[in-house]
Design a protein around this ligand. Sequence first.
Ligand code: SF4
Length: 454
Amino acid sequence: MTKKYYIETYGCQMNVADSEVVASILGDAGYEPVTDIKVADIILVNTCSIRDNAEQRVWGRLDLFRSEKRKRPQVIVGVLGCMAERLKEKLLESDKMVDMVVGPDAYRELPMLVETAGSGHTAVNVLLSREETYADISPVRLESNGVSAFISIMRGCNNMCSYCVVPYVRGAERSRDPETIVREAREVFDKGYREVTLLGQNVNSYSNSIGFPGLLDKVASIDPLLRVRFSTSHPKDLSDDVLELMSRHDNICKHIHLPVQSGSSNVLTRMNRKYTREWYLERIAAINRILPGCNLSTDIIAGFCGETEEEHQDTLDLMREVGFDFAYMFKYSERPDTKAARHMKDDVPEDVKTRRLNEIIALQNKLSGVSKRSDIGKTLEVLVEGKAKKSIARKDTARNLSSDNASQDTAVTMMGRTSGNKVVVFQASGIKPGDYVNVEITSATSATLIGNII
Ligand code: SF4
């Protein structure tokens, strides 16, 4: 009987890419994916540890899996990813009936660990590696829209930001051989994908013979119809070489995600981010100089250890100065064993953290609205990803569809993204995912652009 496995994934794009590696390894070992835990022989959860609430969600899921295991004791429950690496055997000792704990560098061992757990023994492998990049494994694209694919180019991180748990749960930085990355990008292009996102905790420190600009150049040269994105950049390593290389390839998307975390140099020092406010703004100036119109997004932490009201105002002020299109914004969540947890007091009161975060979110919503409204009247190239979740009112966009009612009747609301990573919705018929269309932007919300296909 073919064993069936169910996997759910939490956290960042790296974890999504890892679950696709897991699916490939289990597929090669003869396991079959299912989407219903009730028919699964193996229930896997790929976890995130970046903030406490990410782990709380997983504890909740483990309760559900435990009730399934109570009904079918032969079911194997496995915890993968960052929480597995952080908590290790503690997960087995919990009352959650977990059978298997597997860290991010031990997925090759999964078939063997499943056998061990299946024979009633607990199965654990949380060894971190200095070499493992899964470069030879062709990921199985899970829940993919068939248009965009994630390709991890490196693993781990050496930056040791004082609040961050990643270096402890994903280990030291190691870069994947460029030929295997180019091969994978070419493979997905030949399968009809039209966009790849190169993933790493800090892609700018991708290190091997050709460096990150060289890798970007090779991937972008596969085909002009293949859009190339990358995430995440670190402000201390984002070089003009990367920006100039981006300016030479139209298919390298003109969007940069550049986490700032705080607008105060004092806070950045306490965070061990290794750059100052002035350095960050100089990088933004370089982007605007070399890539005018390039879209910017960021990450911001509110209420880090010792953050004063003045330092909080520095963050708001920097946001206004840069004018980010989008931002991921969070309250500081102390993570065990990090440098901040060991040496700094989490002393900003929770209500102050909440008020500061709300001020940051309110400002960002304004900035996002300004950024979106600045596109009204422009015609933007959109890579179609599929049908939009919500249909837009026909009257808004009908005038550009051919006059016969047939195409108007068959028109549906499609969605896609600009090179700047802005979501666009428009009415169309006969358009399919992977197509490139030009859309004239007629209106905008703070999250979405609306337009007419031309
Ligand atoms: S760069 Fe800093 S925040 Fe990002 S993963 Fe590395 S240690 Fe964490």
